[in-house]
Design a binder for this molecule. Structure first.
Ligand SMILES: [Zn+2]
Length: 400
């Protein structure tokens, strides 16, 4: 059994101890000590890091009554000096105690019970057993910060299960001793974690997000220096938006909304203009085919055209415009990110458009397909596009 020094003094960062067992933990050397100030992962709070003699402490875990320290190298000494990383310990003290205060505030202001707590490297969350409104979230945050700024004393004591029941708590069956964390005049909670001497050490509690979760609510928050870091991160985003949108912070939301609306209307206008331009191009192609006599024996225009940089969607719209305007066969290509082809014919014409396209795209080293009167595809061989169009034109000419 390891004596847990952090329980009596969560500010204790250095200690001497004796190695009582040596083990392996996930391929790393590990030791059990007779006493430790290292907090093992439990109750939603991660383990402490630090050093035991020359070895780094990488993980600290509970194994029954023992506390196992996983190390980066073996320890040969029987007596060791331990040093807990102070910043990580302080961070965990702030986040975990902030959680106690916030959970109490949600219980008092919204009758919402905390059913889970997770203290992550980046995000800390509690899960509430019921949904809460935005107003309740802000009330709980305000109440929590009042308690922080009142610098209420925090006391830790261990009582018997009977005493705990007398205080209105419900310790699990079989538990004889209950460790209580009490915030004077505000909260009493059974907990094995590391807590500060007064609520003031939490500094400030900022709720950074809420989401519906398992019929209740997941609340993300940051305390103390983490809250400052979060605000600084958000401020950098705001500064960037102020610069990008050329607007003061207070106007950002309206300006961003207007920019989105403007973009939507420009996109509509753009689609409209593109449609008109493609229809114009279709008319030009048909006119030119009739003028130069590029027609099949039945007098049907055969349109063969290659473009630079056109996306396949534009080729497709152009082909659809052509076959709708006048009975014709359209063999269209574009040299863009790759060689694109769109083949089409008007209703009632006899050519095997999917077969033509399949042969053409295969000659470009690609794939494609279609049905009936429209087919499209593409291949990597930009240099063979003209030849593929010419061959397809030959097949069409020989067909009628
Ligand atoms: Zn706790």
């Amino acid at each position: 059994m390891t004596q847990r020094l952090y329980r009596d003094d969560p500010y204790l960062l250095e200690f001497d101890a004796t190695v009582v067992a040596r083990r392996q933990h996930e391929g790393r050397p590990a030791v059990v000590l007779d006493r430790t100030a290292f907090y093992p992962e439990s109750g939603g709070q991660p383990w402490d890091t630090g050093a035991l003699g020359p070895a780094r402490v990488l993980a600290v875990l509970e194994d029954g009554d023992a506390v196992v320290h996983a190390l980066d190298r073996p320890l040969s000494d029987e007596r060791v000096h331990g040093r807990v990383d102070p910043e990580r310990r302080r961070d965990h003290r702030q986040q975990h105690h902030g959680q106690h205060l916030l959970s109490r505030a949600f219980l008092d202001t919204a009758s919402a019970r905390t059913v889970a707590f997770h203290l992550g490297a980046e995000v800390t969350t509690i899960d509430l057993d019921r949904p809460v409104t935005e107003d309740q979230v802000r009330s709980a945050e305000a109440r929590t910060n009042e308690v922080v700024w009142e610098a209420r004393p925090v006391r830790v004591r261990t009582v018997s299960a009977t005493e705990a029941r007398g205080l209105g708590l419900h310790p699990p069956e079989g538990v004889e001793q209950v460790r209580l964390v009490e915030v004077e005049g505000y909260d009493l909670d059974p907990c094995g974690g590391t807590h500060p001497r007064t609520t003031a050490e939490v500094g400030v509690v900022v709720i950074t997000g809420t989401e519906r979760y398992k019929g209740g609510m997941r609340v993300s928050f940051a305390c103390g220096h983490r809250a400052l870091a979060t605000i600084a991160r958000h401020q950098r985003v705001l500064d960037r938006l102020v610069s990008v949108l050329s607007a003061p912070v207070g106007d950002l939301a309206d300006v961003a909304q207007k920019a989105r609306d403007d973009l939507s209307s420009l996109e509509r206008r753009n689609r409209d203009l593109l449609q008109r331009a493609l229809e114009g191009e279709a008319r030009r192609l048909l006119h030119s085919a009739e003028r130069t006599g590029t027609t099949l024996t039945a007098g049907t225009p055969l349109i063969v055209a290659a473009y630079e940089g056109w996306p396949p969607a534009d080729l497709r719209v152009l082909a659809q415009s052509l076959v709708a305007l006048s009975p014709c066969v359209a063999l269209l290509g574009s040299r863009a990110d790759k060689a694109h082809l769109v083949f089409a014919q008007s209703e009632g014409l006899p050519h095997d458009i999917p077969g033509l396209l399949k042969a053409a795209v295969e000659s470009l080293g690609g794939r494609g397909g279609g049905r009936g009167n429209l087919a499209q595809g593409g291949g990597e061989r930009l240099d063979l596009l003209d030849a593929a169009l010419a061959r397809a034109a030959e097949v069409v000419r020989s067909g009628v």
